[in-house]
Design a protein around this ligand. Structure first.
Ligand code: DAH
Length: 331
């Protein structure tokens, strides 16, 4: 047999194979049990012929293996191209999540005040009693200082019971004029019910400047009411007491159910309470080193859950954290 011709033929066949099956067929034809070379090797009588044939067989084997891996690689490339996932394609039928109602209201309130030129300030959820109580003029023995009302981490550290400590921190950090709001989570040792939660949210506001009066406060709150609850809502302010404001007021909004006529939701008063406010007590200015003769200011603190309930007319704030989609999808 002509070993050289056989080798040429085998190499050409391998090179011409264009699929894994075709390569396999070439392998069987040229190297299989019944191939010419195997037959010839079986019949070999002298060493030299044997060596030549074996060398041919080896070269053919290498060529066929190589061809096989080239084709396998090409096949893989083709498959990867074909099966490529287009991540820009729209996903049909998926429902999109949305921001939690409290987050929406939080951003809305921030936007209202940013529009008025206020700064949005971050407070701390873990506070010292110095900022949570002392700086805010809570007297020793005030019920809020009790571990029955407040969650203590150690004797001097609490989970803040209100966002008001951000007032003290802000004033310590900067000189007047101050126009700031601070929104976030607050904590109290309360048993959850329709209107209480041990974790809730507040918006704190603080303005300090020369010549700030109660009219600036009521005007600002009135504007906030209208933006949050609509133009037709009326607001009312009643005297109250907070350790950090003098005078202190409580803000009420006309009932969204009866519009002031009286109904069970507003306990027949026509009004619903939204939060506290007042003129900053001069003692706070002394605490942070502002001149109380020169500056005056107002502050307010409202619950975001309360705002949500009033605006969307649901009777139980626990709905906000129950994660029932039938509830959350409405917002
Ligand atoms: N911190 C008060 C509370 O949680 C709310 C409040 C009242 C905040 C009057 C104020 C304020 O800034 O001036 O009940």
């Amino acid at each position: 047999m002509d070993a050289e011709a056989l080798e040429r033929e085998g190499l050409a066949a391998a090179a011409a194979a264009i699929s894994a099956d075709a390569v396999e067929a070439v392998r069987i034809e040229f190297l299989g049990r019944k191939s010419a070379i195997k037959q010839a090797l079986r019949d070999v009588r002298d060493r030299e012929t044997g060596m030549t044939l074996n060398a041919v067989r080896e070269r053919l084997e290498t060529a066929i293996d190589e061809r096989e891996s080239v084709l396998a690689r090409a096949e893989l490339d083709a498959r990867l191209t074909q099966e490529r996932v287009d991540v820009t394609l729209p996903v049909g039928g998926q429902t999109r999540g949305s921001l939690h109602l409290i987050t929406q209201i939080r951003r809305e309130v921030e936007d209202i005040f940013l529009g008025l030129g206020y700064r949005v300030v971050d407070g701390r959820e873990v506070e010292t009693t110095r900022y949570n109580f002392d700086g805010l003029n809570f007297p020793a023995g005030h019920p809020a200082r009790s571990p029955l009302a407040t969650l203590f981490i150690d004797e001097e550290t609490v989970l803040r019971t209100e966002t008001s400590p951000s007032q003290i921190r802000t004033m310590e950090m900067q000189q007047p004029p101050v126009y700031m709001v601070s929104l976030g989570r607050t904590y109290r040792r309360d048993t959850p019910d329709a209107t209480h939660s041990p974790i809730f949210h507040q918006v704190e506001g603080l303005v300090v400047d020369e010549g700030i009066t109660l009219a600036d406060l009521t005007g600002t709150l009135d504007l906030l009411f209208k933006k949050l609850f609509g133009e037709q809502r009326r607001s009312e302010f009643r005297t109250h007491y907070f350790p950090f404001t003098e005078p202190s007021i409580e803000a009420y909004v006309s009932c969204h159910i009866c519009d002031g006529d009286g109904c069970p939701v507003c306990r027949h008063s026509g009004w619903i309470e939204v939060g506290g406010a007042g003129m900053v007590d001069p003692r706070l200015f002394e605490f942070v080193g502002y001149d109380p003769e020169r500056y005056s200011g107002f502050a307010f603190g409202w619950g975001l859950e309360r705002i949500a309930m009033l605006r969307h007319e649901f009777p139980d704030l626990r709905e906000l954290w129950r994660n029932d989609l039938r509830f959350s999808r409405q917002f």
